[in-house]
Design a binder for this molecule. Structure first.
Ligand SMILES: [Fe+2]
Ligand SMILES: [Fe+2]
Length: 472
């Protein structure tokens, strides 16, 4: 069941050959996808050979095979995690009923919207990152970028499969729209704001894979709980790929911090710009930026939409089945923030409408884990600096804090106070210019840019010096 058939035009483990109509529809979409990849995927990359992993099975151990591949020849396909026999719906009003194998008519438009919103982020990130290859800090990192990019392309395939297989004509149209919207496009932008700004430097790329991809993990985990079984199985396999993206993020930011810390210790100052490093306070500002825009991705604190998705069994909580409660949230409460008398105050509110906040809080907890590892490394090197995550009120554009200014520690500020301090809290023009000035390509095998430490080990047992990308 879990083995993937690579003899077909579209590799898959869903017996696509048994459904001629669906197979034809997807084979029609395939050239449009490749056109999109060639036009808006990684720049100047079509002739490069890259040490990529490709899925060969969907079970937990050994699902991947590694080899030198040109990206346009990557075998994007449709891979679902194995079906759980007799899977049930595990929360909401349908709790205990058999999971749906087909879309229930009454939830059709809600499900479609959830799938399209998730699907839209996948090609968006490829578009955002498309120019980064020109300034890679090493071949190792260039390979990581491309691995993430091809897998985000595959995540688009995953969502497009669901649309084609289960949503008829509407689904086909949505699949086309997923290639028609583009990141930052004036007329047809991507759906979510955080996916409309280009990722222009590698510090931003590693922050993106640490913070934005982690948002992906939480959204996919909530969708993996869905009563709509094909969505659940699709997301469960996507999560195995997402884990690698977050590894790229955590190890990438970690290696920058390691290098910055070395330079700070050596020169006895945090101000290491003149020594070709990225100062720890600048890294803090990038964390403030990425974390706060990612908090917006979880939506409003109070959301009747989210409550409906939960009650109807479409989207659960993170680790739903491991939570010890009634999985209905009957009469349950959850702390939500409000602004009262110029202060952030928290009060108990119905948990059902607080579903977004529940997921956002889990995301914060998870984001903190990497920070505490980074802080340990900074401390061990004898440098006096501690990275933090900003308060939930800081730099928000959605929900309770949309119209207020707040400091990274959560004090509500006047406009004048915000303006006076913002350069110390978010990357300013000078910070961005400095980071950009460091972005020069390093393409000798084993060499690293000066602002980032070498990885502890290479990919899949290869040396760090391995030629992960061949340019010819
Ligand atoms: Fe993804
Ligand atoms: Fe990802």
């Amino acid at each position: 069941m879990s083995s993937i058939d690579y003899s077909q035009k579209i590799p898959n483990n869903v017996n696509l050959g048994d459904d001629r109509r669906l197979q034809r529809a997807l084979e029609n979409w395939q050239p449009a996808y490749l056109d999109w990849w060639n036009q808006l995927g990684p720049v100047d990359s079509s002739e490069m050979e890259i040490y990529l992993r490709t899925a060969v099975a969907v079970d937990a151990d050994g699902w991947a095979q590694f080899g030198m591949v040109k990206m346009p020849e990557y075998r994007w396909g449709i891979f679902l995690a194995d079906a759980e026999p007799d899977r049930k719906i595990n929360f909401g009003m349908h709790k205990g009923e058999a999971a749906w194998q087909d879309v229930p008519g009454e939830y059709r438009s809600d499900l479609r919207r959830l799938i399209v919103t998730q699907g839209d982020t996948e090609p968006a990130s490829v578009e955002q990152q498309r120019a980064l290859g020109r300034t890679c800090p090493s071949l190792y990192d260039l390979r990581s970028l491309f691995q993430v990019n091809v897998e985000e392309g595959r995540h688009l395939w995953a969502m497009v499969y669901l649309l084609h297989a289960h949503f008829g004509r509407d689904g086909r149209e949505e699949a086309e729209e997923l290639l028609a919207r583009h990141s930052g496009d004036v007329d047809k932008p991507r759906i979510l704001e955080a996916f409309n700004v280009p990722t222009e430097d590698w510090l931003s790329f590693f922050m993106f894979t640490y913070f934005q991809d982690r948002d992906g993990k939480y959204q996919l985990s909530a969708l993996a709980e869905s009563g709509f079984d094909p969505l659940s199985r699709t997301c469960r396999f996507m999560l195995t790929e997402e884990a690698h993206h977050m590894f790229v993020g955590e190890s990438g930011v970690g290696r920058i911090i390691q290098r910055s810390t070395e330079l700070s210790a050596k020169h006895d100052t945090l101000d290491i710009e003149a020594h070709g490093g990225i100062p720890l306070p600048t890294i803090q500002k990038y964390i403030n930026f990425h974390f706060s825009i990612c908090l917006d991705l979880f939506g409003q604190e109070r959301s009747t939409n989210a409550a409906n998705f939960y009650t109807t069994g479409l989207k659960g909580r993170f680790g739903e089945t491991k939570i010890d409660d009634d999985h209905m949230l009957d009469g349950a409460s959850y702390k939500l923030p409000d602004i009262e008398g110029g202060k952030v105050v928290w009060s108990d509110q119905p948990a059902l409408t607080a579903i977004n906040e529940v997921l956002r809080d889990e995301y914060r907890e998870d984001s903190l884990r990497g920070l505490s590892r980074w802080n340990k490394a900074i401390k061990a090197a004898g440098v006096d600096f501690e990275l933090t995550l900003p308060h939930t009120a800081f730099n928000r554009n959605i929900g309770t804090f949309r119209d207020v200014n707040a400091s990274p520690t959560g004090e509500i500020l006047t406009q004048e106070e915000w303006d006076r301090n913002v350069d110390a809290w978010l990357p300013n023009d000078a910070d961005r210019a400095h980071v950009k000035s460091l972005m020069v390509p390093v393409t000798q095998p084993g060499q690293m840019a000066n602002w980032i430490a070498a990885p502890a080990r290479g990919i899949h047992g290869q040396d760090v010096e391995f030629e992960y990308v061949k340019f010819h």
